[in-house]
Write a protein that binds this ligand. Structure first.
Ligand SMILES: Nc1ncnc2c1ncn2[C@@H]1O[C@H](COP(=O)(O)OP(=O)(O)OP(=O)(O)O)[C@@H](O)[C@H]1O
Length: 307
């Protein structure tokens, strides 16, 4: 049985008359790593802030671990860990001293937790190094450590990878995968760069202008973004027949606009072209397309009319 950690129905936030989150339906299941993808200003932070209780919704419903209102919902928020902006740490304190400060301030019992979370984010060895001398990657990992201090079941991270170098991205990604695998932490992570979430998210939600455009599993997205040969022909039925008969092609799909995508013969577009022409098909264009998540995202938001 799947267990829903977060569900929203028609969740809306308006500033003045302008909806910045507009009737969003979203669901995050236990164990998922949910990638919330959208351009700057799409409404990701506002959405996350409504879940964490930092922003009051203008409309719609929200439930966390099955609790949808009042005290019950507040109690469930105690099971979440949040990293919305890079938290303000003291520049002249070490990682440990900074976390110890927040532990006391938040009333989290036992000082062992500080060492545990530092270990988990690979900062246990930073010793006397003070925060001002940390790399951006280390700063982000310290932010994550802070979000982990209350041992959350559900982590919400707003653009934590933003600005990290490729090595920092890999480190952060591995950390989240480890948390997800070893501690079954459910994670919602936002980004405006879809490929940053590749090999990490198990499900994606695409948001633009406050509107949820699509929720799709990582597997389905990979399928959609597979490398292919795209051919435009005068007669798709005839072309499909020729490809099946002459090349025994089975892995293909027919799209609107007289397009066929082949997921085989990727290194032989000339063979595909020749067979089609010899089979009496008028070939209008043939193109090899690489797998590209970012193109998919851009084509999707490009296709939406902005009000
Ligand atoms: N307190 C506020 N008052 C008015 N408008 C706001 C407020 N907070 C956010 N907005 C607007 O809401 C829209 C969505 O902002 P939000 O920060 O949620 O987007 P985002 O997807 O997180 O983008 P970014 O990555 O740039 O933060 C933006 O146009 C922003 O200017």
């Amino acid at each position: 049985m799947t267990q829903e950690v977060l569900v929203t129905h028609g969740l809306t936030k308006r500033y003045g008359n302008r909806p910045v989150v507009d009737r969003v339906d979203l669901s995050v299941e236990k164990g998922q790593i949910y990638g919330l993808v959208g351009r700057n200003g799409a409404g990701k932070t506002t959405l996350i802030r409504m879940v964490t209780g930092q922003t009051v919704p203008s409309g719609g419903e929200l439930s966390l671990f099955g609790a949808s209102g009042g005290r019950e919902l507040s109690a469930m928020r105690a099971h979440t860990g949040v990293m919305v902006e890079t938290p303000s740490f003291y520049p002249y304190l070490t990682a440990r001293q900074n976390l110890e400060y927040y532990r006391i301030q938040r009333g989290i019992p036992g000082d062992r937790v500080v060492d545990q979370v530092l270990e988990e984010v690979d900062l246990a060895g930073t010793g006397k190094k003070t925060f001002k001398n940390f790399s951006l990657g280390m700063k982000q990992r310290l932010g994550l450590a802070l979000a982990l201090m209350n041992r959350p079941d559900f982590l919400l991270l707003d653009e934590p990878i933003n600005g990290l170098d490729p090595e920092g991205i890999v480190e952060f990604r591995n950390l989240l995968l480890r948390l997800n695998e070893e501690q079954q932490t459910t994670i919602l992570i936002s980004s405006h760069i879809l490929p940053e979430l590749a090999n990490l998210a198990t499900c994606y939600g695409f948001i633009d202008n406050g509107v949820m455009l699509e929720q799709i599993s990582a597997q389905a997205l990979q399928e959609k973004c597979r490398a292919c040969i795209e051919v435009r022909v005068d007669d798709v039925s005839q072309a499909a027949l020729v490809l099946e008969r002459e090349l025994e092609v089975r892995d293909y799909e027919v799209l609107p606009g007289n397009l066929i995508r082949l997921y085989c013969f990727l290194d032989q577009p000339h063979t595909v072209a020749r067979v089609l022409v010899e089979g009496g098909v008028a070939l209008q264009s043939i193109e090899s397309r690489g797998a590209n998540l970012e193109d998919y995202f851009l084509s999707m938001i490009g296709g939406v009319r902005h009000a």
